[in-house]
Design a binder for this molecule. Structure first.
Ligand SMILES: Nc1ncnc2c1ncn2[C@@H]1O[C@H](COP(=O)(O)OP(=O)(O)O)[C@@H](O)[C@H]1O
Ligand SMILES: [Mg+2]
Length: 261
C-alpha cells in the first residue's frame, strides 16, 4: 500500500518512522519499520506477542532510542538529540498511557493530573487541570483519590494526565488491557471522540480486535516488521487477520525476531 492510499502523503505527519531498527543484544525487536501517522488520525498497532509493538511505541514516543533509522514527532527529528533535549520535547509533544494506570494513591485526581507538570517545573493552572478532567468526563471527581474511583475512571484520570499538556500525539500501550469489556468500550469511545472532536492524534497498541476497530487504520507487526495494514477496520476482519498471523508465527516457531534463542 502506498502512502497516498492511507492519506499519509498528503496531510501533515504527526509521527514519521523511517527504517527504524532496534536491537537488544542479538534480539531484533524492530527490523526496519517505516510508518507515518497522519495528524488527527487514530492508528492501532497489532501483532503477535513479541512482534515489537511496545518497542515501536517507545521509539515513536521518544522513550527509547532506535539502534538505527529516524523518528520524527510533530515535525521534529528526535534522532541525534541529547537525552535532555529529548526529555523536553517529550514533555511538550507526547502523552502516554499504559495498561496500569500508575496513579499516586494518596493524591486526588486533580493532583495526579497536575503532578508531571509540577515535577517538570511547569505546573498546569487549575483551569487547565479542570479542563483536562472535563475532557474525560470526570469534572465532578477532581477531589477524589484513585481508591474512590472505578478502574475505568482511574484510566480516564491517567488519560487526563497525559492530555493536560495538549500533546501532539497520544500513545497508549494496551490502555484498556486491564479493564472489563464495558469499561473498555467507554474508554475507547472517549479516545475516538477526542480524535473526531479535537483532532487528537492517537496511536494505540492493543491485542483486542474490537479496540482496534475504533481506529482509522490498523498496522500489523510481525517479527519487528510492518506486515500489512487495514483501513477503516472492522473487528471481525482484524480478528481474522490476527488469527492468521498467530498461526503463521506459531508455525515458524520462536518468531518475534528472536535470533539465536
Ligand atoms: N529491554 C529488553 N531487553 C531485551 N529484549 C527485549 C527488551 N524489550 C523487548 N525485548 C524483545 O524484543 C522483542 C519485541 O518486544 P516487544 O516490543 O515488547 O513486543 P510486543 O509488545 O509486541 O509483545 C521481543 O523478542 C522481546 O523479548
Ligand atoms: Mg507489548
Amino acid at each position: 500500500m502506498t502512502e497516498t492510499d492511507t492519506g499519509a502523503g498528503t496531510a501533515a505527519a504527526a509521527v514519521r518512522l523511517r527504517s527504524v531498527r532496534r536491537l537488544y543484544r542479538d534480539v531484533v525487536a524492530l527490523d526496519g519499520v517505516d510508518l507515518t501517522v497522519r495528524a488527527g488520525s487514530f492508528v492501532a498497532i497489532m501483532g503477535p506477542s513479541g512482534s515489537g509493538k511496545s518497542t515501536l511505541l517507545q521509539c515513536a514516543a521518544g522513550l527509547d532510542r532506535p539502534t538505527s533509522g529516524s523518528v520524527e514527532v510533530g515535525g521534529t527529528e528526535l534522532t541525534g538529540l541529547s537525552e535532555r533535549r529529548r526529555t523536553l520535547l517529550r514533555r511538550d509533544l507526547i502523552g502516554f498511557v499504559f495498561q496500569s494506570f500508575n496513579l499516586i494513591p494518596s493524591l486526588s485526581a486533580a493532583q495526579n493530573v497536575a503532578l508531571p507538570g509540577r515535577l517538570a517545573g511547569r505546573r498546569p493552572s487549575r483551569a487547565q487541570v479542570r479542563a483536562a478532567l472535563r475532557r474525560v468526563g470526570l469534572a465532578e471527581r477532581a477531589g477524589h483519590r484513585p481508591g474512590e474511583l472505578s478502574g475505568g475512571q482511574q484510566q480516564r484520570v491517567a488519560l487526563a494526565r497525559a492530555l493536560v499538556s495538549r500533546p501532539a500525539v497520544l500513545f497508549g500501550d494496551e490502555p484498556t488491557g486491564a479493564l472489563d469489556t464495558t469499561t473498555s468500550r467507554h474508554v475507547l469511545c472517549l479516545l475516538r471522540e477526542l480524535v473526531d472532536g479535537e483532532g487528537q492524534t492517537t496511536v494505540l497498541v492493543t491485542h483486542d480486535p474490537v479496540a482496534a476497530s475504533y481506529a482509522d487504520r490498523v498496522v500489523f507487526l510481525v517479527d519487528g516488521r510492518v506486515e500489512s495494514e487495514l483501513l477503516r477496520p472492522r473487528a471481525e476482519e482484524v480478528a481474522g487477520r490476527m488469527a492468521t498471523l498467530e498461526r503463521h508465527t506459531g508455525a515458524v516457531g520462536a518468531g518475534a525476531g528472536a535470533v539465536g534463542r
